[in-house]
Design a protein around this ligand. Structure first.
Ligand code: LIP
Length: 266
């Protein structure tokens, strides 16, 4: 029986909002105990862990029997049916530094494709939502991507890898791209970068080495708002682990410019 995507969005909003409130109110204590993962800059706080524990517990109550994949505890996707994909704090470094630009992202996926999502910003209270075929919204207001006339008036969001030697190569790419674009922005939370594309606050976004949890919610919002979205593995010329989202008016030109700047080889 097909899933009620609208009902799934409501569940995602509910649990992401509850987790976001926990994250927001526990920051002073949470950032006093910080661990690292892949590199010294890849941090995790007790709030990341507590947020994911809360989301898992609430999904277990509201959607019993449906597996969860989370950034901190991992997990396996359902072979047939629904899987929940959770980033308990997307933008953990921002959270650590007290920069109020981070989110809790909760998405439902069927066979690896996002069908419902909520990206909640605890600091501002903004709630980004989308369902497959149902559109994308910020606080209930419909979203539509921008339509820049060319790359010279395109604002691109991006992110750096945690590994220093890859960041050096990425920086060379952005130096080349800065000559052809309006400007570039590095905000530090992939889900919110993808939401920004959906809202036309960025014209495009590109980054390597995201986890499923980073893009699961925001990519659905961007696609539902009309963006061209390419997930890891869908654009080999941009790199096997590239995530790309762009306004249709410049998507093809930007893909070419990224390749010419070496983005696919960093
Ligand atoms: C972050 C992403 C961001 C990326 C960071 C990090 P996290 O996710 O949202 O776009 O540049 O390196 O991966 O680790 O804060 O959930």
């Amino acid at each position: 029986m097909p899933f009620d995507h609208r009902a799934l969005v409501d569940v995602a909003v509910r649990v992401a909002t509850e987790a976001g409130e926990l994250v927001r109110t526990s920051r002073d204590q949470a950032v006093s105990l910080v661990d690292t993962k892949s590199t010294i800059t890849d941090v995790v706080t007790e709030a990341d862990r507590a947020s994911e524990r809360l989301v898992r517990a609430r999904l277990g109550e509201l959607r019993p029997g449906e597996p969860v994949i989370g950034e901190e505890e991992g997990g396996e996707a359902a072979l047939d049916g629904l899987t929940w994909v959770v980033d308990p704090i997307d933008g953990t470094v921002n959270y650590l530094y007290g920069i109020p630009h981070y989110a809790v992202s909760v998405a439902a996926q069927e066979n690896g494709e996002s069908v419902a999502a909520a990206v909640v910003e605890p600091a501002s209270g903004r709630v980004w939502t989308a369902s497959r075929g149902g559109g994308a919204f910020l606080d209930g207001v419909p979203l539509r991507v921008s339509a820049p006339e060319g790359l010279d008036v395109t604002l691109l969001g991006y992110g750096f890898a945690y590994r220093a030697e890859r960041r050096r190569r990425q920086a060379q790419t952005w130096a080349a791209l800065s000559e052809v674009l309006r400007d570039i922005r590095r905000a530090g939370a992939a889900s919110l970068d993808l939401c920004a594309v959906a809202a036309g606050r960025l014209d495009a976004y590109a980054e390597h080495s995201l986890g499923r949890w980073d893009w699961a919610g925001g990519a659905l919002l961007a696609r539902e708002a009309g963006a061209v979205v390419l997930l890891p593995g869908e654009a080999p010329e941009l790199g096997a682990d590239a995530t790309f989202a762009a306004a249709p008016s410049i998507a093809d030109a930007l893909r070419t410019a990224l390749v010419d700047a070496g983005f696919g080889k960093v």
